[in-house]
Design a protein around this ligand. Structure first.
Ligand code: AKG
Length: 412
């Protein structure tokens, strides 16, 4: 295998991979519907790789994410362009733009960097398909979550997130955090947590998952990244965004989500498989602008035959191959999409409330400070007045004394 120009960030600590029980089968991981890094055959197959590649795969298998250095000479000019051009597109109070690849070529270029695609191919053993981007202006302060509640697929686990720092991200501007190894926990979907797979229950999902991960004993790790570094994470890794300590700082970054070929892709928030409802998801390969066929056990699943389909926002960019669109009935807006909008609005209102409460607290502190300064000033004035009075009295006494001594009277 060709060695990748990416190299793993040296800060990422590594542990030993827990030994997988070997299967009594000569099959390669390619015969299994399991990503390479999760394969029970991993150890045997790592020999075919260079030591650096083997280490990268082992780290990903063990920790559920790796931090890699991209070519800064390539990323920095893209970052500058993206930051400049997207500035006017961020909706007020919402520091994120979904799918800016529709109109911003540099977002697309970053999402499809060959070195990233090579690394994903190495880690998962299948061809990656970049299908969704999110650009962030600021830290998201997003609670711990696993991407499996947002994007899912059959076979499972063939989904990855890649987050690129377009500027330095640290504790002050809301860096990412992750729980190393949490990708090996069971998939805590909405149903497993006793909730319904809808946006109305999402707030409660965050609370329940937060309590669960806290009690797991896994320690949270803050992913401080320099501009041009990227973190690649596995679908089930629990991660989120730190609180922003310095509200004056931006945290420009781009997250891209990838599926892998030969799968069926669905939208878990609108699916209840046991009740016969699976909302399949349109997938457009951002590299080619073509719709990706859904495959299950070698057979094509046709979206036009499916009752529930999550669709990309229309109109699609002109360069997307609509002739290959996997046509299906045009449904009215999916009820869950409405729920998502309500959820987003609620969040915005919540954020506005928080900002308002902060502003009020700030004003209160300012008023208290002004009152304190006023009281101080008044005390100072009173002190000066008293001191002046005393001085005046002393001078008067001295003048009287001098005068009396001049005319020969006693001072008293
Ligand atoms: O950027 C962040 O703070 C969080 C991003 C994230 O969790 C995601 O893209 O899945």
């Amino acid at each position: 295998m060709k060695s990748s120009p990416l190299h793993q960030n040296s800060n990422a600590s590594r542990g030993n991979l827990a030994p997988f029980a070997p299967l009594n089968s000569p099959a390669s991981h390619r015969d299994l519907a399991i990503p390479f890094a999760s394969s029970p055959l991993l150890e045997a197959e790592l020999n075919a790789l260079s030591p650096a590649q083997a280490e990268l795969v082992r780290t990903f298998a063990e920790r559920g994410f790796v931090i890699v250095d991209l070519d800064l000479a390539r990323v920095a000019p893209l970052a500058e362009r993206i930051i400049g051009d997207l500035a006017e597109h961020y909706p007020p109070q919402v520091g994120r733009i979904e799918n800016a690849w529709y109109f911003q070529p540099e977002v697309r270029e970053l999402a499809t960097l060959p070195t990233l695609l090579d690394t994903l191919r190495l880690l998962f053993g299948r061809n990656p398909i970049p299908f969704q981007t999110i650009n962030f202006e600021r830290g998201t302060e997003q609670a711990a979550h696993s991407d499996t509640v947002h994007f899912h697929c059959v076979p499972r686990q063939f989904m990855a997130g890649v987050w690129i720092a377009l500027e330095d991200a640290d504790e002050a501007n809301g860096a990412l955090f992750a729980y190393p190894g949490s990708h090996k926990l069971p998939e805590y979907d909405m149903t497993t947590l006793g909730l319904s797979p809808t946006w109305a229950d999402y707030g409660e999902y965050e609370k329940r998952l937060g309590r669960l991960i806290e009690s797991s004993g896994i320690e949270r790790e803050v992913l401080t990244l320099k501009q041009g570094q990227a973190v690649i994470w596995a679908a089930n890794l629990i991660h989120g965004g730190l609180d922003i300590a310095d509200p004056h700082r931006t945290r420009h970054s781009q997250a891209t989500h990838y599926y892998f070929e030969n799968g069926a892709y669905y939208y878990p928030m609108g699916s209840e498989p046991i009740a016969g409802k699976v909302t399949l998801r349109e997938v457009i390969d951002i590299r080619t602008g073509r719709f990706v066929p859904h495959m299950h056990n070698g057979k094509r699943i046709r979206l036009k035959e499916q009752p529930h389909v999550w669709r990309y926002r229309r109109p699609l960019p002109a360069w997307v191959e609509t002739s290959d669109e996997l046509h299906h009935k045009l449904e009215p807006t999916h009820p869950d999409e409405l729920a998502l909008r309500v959820h987003t609005l609620k969040r915005t209102v919540e954020e506005l409330r928080k900002s308002f409460a902060l502003a009020q607290a700030h004003n209160r502190i300012k008023d208290e400070e002004a009152a304190r300064v006023n009281a101080d000033n008044r005390a100072k004035e009173a002190f000066i007045k008293q001191r002046d009075n005393e001085l005046a009295y002393k001078i008067a006494r001295r003048v009287t004394k001098t005068y009396r001594s001049l005319i020969g009277q006693s001072a008293d």
